[in-house]
Design a protein around this ligand. Structure first.
Ligand SMILES: [Cu+2]
Length: 114
């Protein structure tokens, strides 16, 4: 038997599930390497809710310190070869990234509204 009401209900469930999945998948992880004493790339534009995965590809220790748009800073710690430091950016603004060990290592991450 053909039951239009039931079909519509099922379609609603499928659509709802789909939207739920894309909501989660909407956040992106962007890779940034710490390579040859530089952040690579050293300029990045992302959206609020996205994350940046910093990977130390040098055979020396690096640090990830984030200077927030309000001037406060957060030291995300040190990494050695092939270690990752993941930082999630929830608020829009311009963030400056640097390595405490190597003052010339700098990057700028611009976080836009999602
Ligand atoms: Cu460094």
């Amino acid at each position: 038997m053909f039951q239009p009401a039931k079909r519509l209900h099922l379609a609603g469930i499928i659509l709802f599930s789909f939207l739920g999945l894309t909501g989660v998948a909407g956040a992106t992880e962007y890779p940034v390497d710490q390579r040859d004493l530089r952040f690579e790339p050293d300029m990045l534009t992302i959206k609020a809710g996205d994350s940046v995965v910093f990977t130390d590809t040098d055979r020396i220790t690096h640090d990830v310190t984030i200077v927030n748009p309000d001037g406060t800073s957060q030291d995300k710690g040190m990494s050695t070869f092939n270690q990752h430091i993941t930082v999630k950016f929830d608020k829009p603004g311009v963030y400056l990234v640097h390595c405490r060990i190597h003052p010339d290592m700098k990057a700028t991450i611009t976080v836009g509204t999602p």
